[in-house]
Design a protein around this ligand. Structure first.
Ligand code: NAP
Ligand code: MG
Length: 400
């Protein structure tokens, strides 16, 4: 008897090894149990090329319309990929396009397992990172200053008022470098709101940190906007038992490294870029890192944090056995389906997602896992499961 998912989910297919995982997960772990409709978009790099990347825009618009999406990893074309797939051009990152359209914040959360010890002993619960994915050094302007002269920061008002000028540095000798960065009030505010909403949905404390002792205006602005949003949402946060903690970024880093976890750490763009990689590796494997894009209006897109696992795909094409971990891909589906179930008020769908996640956890904790985890497992395991063997073991547990 299958469980009915009331409203459709936007499904975004992708590339290489994760495209293979995608089909296996659907055929063996979802379709035998669920009666579900998806609105399907194929973001295979060749299809993005054929449609001049319009398919990516259409997929993002469909997520905005239907509220929930699930995405497979996709190739971000570089020069090598343009040649490999004979593409018209190096299309932009599909994730960046979707993020831009949904105006979303990305939250990354590791799956914590008893037999996969984190590198940091105290990390007993997941540390979730919310990365502000707009502006700062990622949308900068830079100058290599060739010699003596004055570097200035200038703002010219659109309505013809008086300009504001600051001297950054008067260069002498061999010159040096200059950089200009920005952020916008709208973006910082919607980042703060997305973090507050996500902390409430996960019922975890919210942390935020900047370097406002040094950058009194730029970083101070982030601190103040966050505080205003927290004040505006205080009742909702209190009802969910969510606290807010603001500190200096150095202090936050020092605390996280000896914390037990179970927090949402809101990070400015660069901090989130760097810290999310540190946490992913510290928690055991990229294949245990889940990722969700949350828009300020509550639209969500779920995916695995890792890429298309190109090296494994080439081994697969050569006919060699593979041991690719489907965990984060399965969690992308359970995350999206559970969100769909919440919105549709279909508790049986939410319950199925919890059972499937439990089956994954019990399979790995029971000693059946792919090579990436077998390498770091404690106690050690003799033999790693194949890509398909791992999925079939999860299915056996789900049926038991
Ligand atoms: P990757 O796909 O994340 O894989 C890097 C390495 O991490 C793999 O070679 C593998 O290590 C290990 N790994 C990652 N996921 C694994 C899994 N599920 N099971 C087992 N091991 C796993 O990164 P990449 O190879 O640098 O990138 C490949 C393509 O993915 C690129 O074209 C890039 O543009 C794209 N990408 C897409 C996204 C996205 O769509 N969200 C994100 C990142 C990258 P070993 O080889 O040591 O086994
Ligand atoms: Mg990074």
């Amino acid at each position: 008897m299958s469980i009915r998912v009331r409203n459709p989910l936007v499904e975004i297919d992708g590339d290489e090894m994760t495209r293979i995982l995608w089909r296996l997960v659907k055929e063996r772990l979802l379709l035998p149990y669920l009666d579900m409709q998806t609105i399907y978009y194929d973001l295979h790099v060749e299809h993005r090329d054929e449609t001049d990347d319009h398919v990516t825009v259409e997929a993002a618009q469909a997520i905005a319309e239907h509220g929930v999406g699930v995405k497979c990893a996709t190739i971000t074309p570089n020069a090598a990929r343009v040649e490999e797939y004979d593409l018209k051009r190096a299309w932009p990152s599909a994730n960046a396009t979707i993020r831009g359209i949904l105006d979303g914040t990305v939250f990354r959360q590791p799956i914590v397992l008893k037999n996969i010890p984190p590198t940091v002993r105290t990390w007993a619960k997941p540390i979730i990172i919310g990365r502000h994915a707009y502006g700062d050094v990622y949308e900068n302007q830079e100058i290599r200053v060739p010699g003596p002269g004055t570097g200035e920061l200038v703002y010219t008002p659109a309505n013809g008022g008086e300009s504001i000028r600051r001297t950054i540095h008067v260069f002498s000798g061999k010159g040096g470098v200059l950089q200009g960065i920005h952020n916008t009030e709208e973006s910082v505010r919607s980042f703060a709101r997305a973090c507050i909403q996500y902390a409430i949905s996960q019922r975890v404390p919210l942390w935020f940190a900047t370097k406002d002792t040094i950058s009194k205006t730029y970083h101070g602005f982030f601190r103040d906007v966050f505080q205003e949003e927290v004040d505006a949402h205080r009742a909702e946060m209190e009802a969910a038992g969510v606290t807010y903690f603001y500190t200096l970024i150095d202090d936050a880093v020092a605390r996280v490294i000896r914390h037990e976890g179970g927090i949402l750490w809101a990070c400015a763009n660069y901090d989130g870029d760097v810290m999310s990689d540190m946490l992913a590796s510290g928690f055991g494997s990229l294949a245990l890192m889940t990722s969700v894009l949350v828009s300020p209006s509550g639209v969500m897109e779920f995916e695995a944090a890792h890429g298309t696992v190109q090296r494994h795909y080439y081994a697969h094409l050569r006919g060699e056995p593979t041991s690719t971990n489907a965990t984060a891909t399965i969690y992308a589906w359970t995350g999206a389906l559970a969100r769909r179930g919440e919105l549709d008020v279909t508790p049986d769908v939410v319950d199925f997602c919890q059972r499937l996640e439990r089956a994954v956890v019990e399979t790995i904790e029971g000693g059946i896992m792919t090579k990436d985890l077998a390498r770091v497992c404690d106690p050690p395991v003799e033999e790693a499961a194949s890509t398909e063997g791992f999925i079939d073991a999860i299915r056996a547990r789900l049926d038991a």
